[in-house]
Design a binder for this molecule. Structure first.
Ligand SMILES: *[C@@H]1O[C@H](CO)[C@@H](O)[C@H](O)[C@H]1NC(C)=O
Ligand SMILES: *[C@@H]1O[C@H](CO)[C@@H](O)[C@H](O)[C@H]1NC(C)=O
Ligand SMILES: *[C@@H]1O[C@H](CO)[C@@H](O)[C@H](O)[C@H]1NC(C)=O
Length: 341
């Protein structure tokens, strides 16, 4: 549960009541209960375990899910290298690739496809890259709030030259901030989140996610396990598969948010928990789990490249480490690299 920031009080009453009643956005850290001195390291809550079915009551709350071909419109906020954009674009393109070697990113998406809406229609198999927008000059500064994020999206969809298309039904808006940008609650509470834009700010209700590059601010928190927190002696970082710790760390967060946007775009579809203000969604349930046996402080069984980089799935041309997601048919987290399938 993320406290409502004071700045929201300035908004008109209807917007405030919407925020107060539906509130957050799923927030995500790869290892959310990592604390310097906590037994949470080992037992970070029942939901962290690969097979903890009896504790989880994931339910469908009748809202829409993304059943039409999904298009991901990316906003590159701040300073991005070509090589960084490539790693991320290829990940998104890998989601519905037909020919990558198993275990694959498209195999990972199969668990997401198991979710349906009221009519029984499944989540779309197709996820493709849409238009992109560069916000090179930090249009809203180097420190963004949850609310100014919506203004960044507004700027992108209303730009005079090449605005992003408005696609409320099957478009996802992915705001990626470079490593010199701070976003409210980044590092302390979250590495990414998703929600939808307010018509009063953006003019439309658009599902969006934000994910930040944590390389400078908190790699040990948000790019775990490719960086580790300093306060844990003896913990060694793993080598990242695309030689960019910040971006390789973002990949799993992007996967997390896209999976949740697809199954819970307006925060009224698939989630667990009694409290709609703090929904626990399909990727939240599997935080920190990347392979068989994962849970607590253990990532699960992973794979290594010849040069020692760690990954758990293949994309089109690259390898990635992506957390698993909840499978509501079997009631545990599943992924393409599971040893028992
Ligand atoms: C951490 O926990 C141990 C055992 O409970 C305790 O002895 C130690 O003082 C704690 N350290 C800090 C920094 O709180
Ligand atoms: C959805 O994507 C599939 C696979 O790429 C394509 O064959 C189909 O024509 C698309 N449908 C629409 C409505 O764009
Ligand atoms: C659609 O969802 C149903 C119910 O979860 C599942 O049994 C079926 O395999 C899914 N279809 C696809 C193509 O994933």
């Amino acid at each position: 549960m993320i406290p409502v920031p004071p700045v929201l009080a300035l908004l008109c009453l209807t917007v405030v009541s919407v925020i107060l009643t539906i509130t957050p956005v799923s927030a995500w850290r790869p290892w959310p209960n990592l604390k310097p001195n906590s037994s949470d390291l080992l037992y970070s809550g029942s939901k962290k375990f690969e097979g903890s079915s009896e504790f989880v009551h994931l339910r469908y709350h009748m809202g829409p899910v993304l059943t039409a071909n999904i298009t991901v419109h990316t906003i590159w906020y701040g300073t991005w290298q070509k090589s960084q954009k490539k790693i991320i674009r290829e990940f998104i393109n890998s989601i519905s690739a037909v020919d990558s070697r198993p275990p694959s990113v498209s195999g990972w998406w199969r668990t997401v496809q198991l979710y349906t809406d009221q009519t029984g229609a499944n989540i779309s198999r197709t996820v493709r890259l849409g238009e992109e927008k560069n916000d090179r000059f930090y249009s809203h500064g180097k420190s963004l709030t949850r609310l100014s994020i919506q203004s960044v999206i507004k700027s992108a969809v209303t730009a005079k030259t090449k605005p992003l298309p408005i696609n409320p039904k099957s478009g996802l808006y992915l705001l990626l901030t470079s490593s010199d940008v701070y976003v409210q609650d980044f590092c302390g509470q979250v590495c990414g989140f998703h929600y939808f834009t307010f018509p009063s700010i953006v003019g439309y209700t658009l599902p969006y996610a934000w994910v930040g590059n944590s390389a400078k601010l908190c790699p040990g928190v948000c790019a775990y396990p490719f960086a580790v927190p300093e306060y844990i002696p003896g913990l060694k970082p793993l080598m990242s598969p695309n030689s960019d710790i910040g971006v390789d760390g973002m990949i799993s967060v992007i996967g997390h948010e896209i999976a949740e946007l697809a199954t819970n775009p307006l925060v009224n579809a698939w989630y667990a928990g009694q409290d709609p203000v703090a929904p626990v969604e399909i990727a939240d349930l599997c935080e920190g789990i990347y392979g068989t046996g994962g849970g607590g402080s253990y990532t699960g069984q992973l794979m290594n490249t010849h040069d020692g980089a760690t990954y758990n799935m293949n994309g089109i041309r690259r390898r990635y480490l992506v957390q698993w997601v909840w499978n509501h048919l079997v009631n545990y987290c599943t992924g393409p690299n599971a040893l028992d399938q």
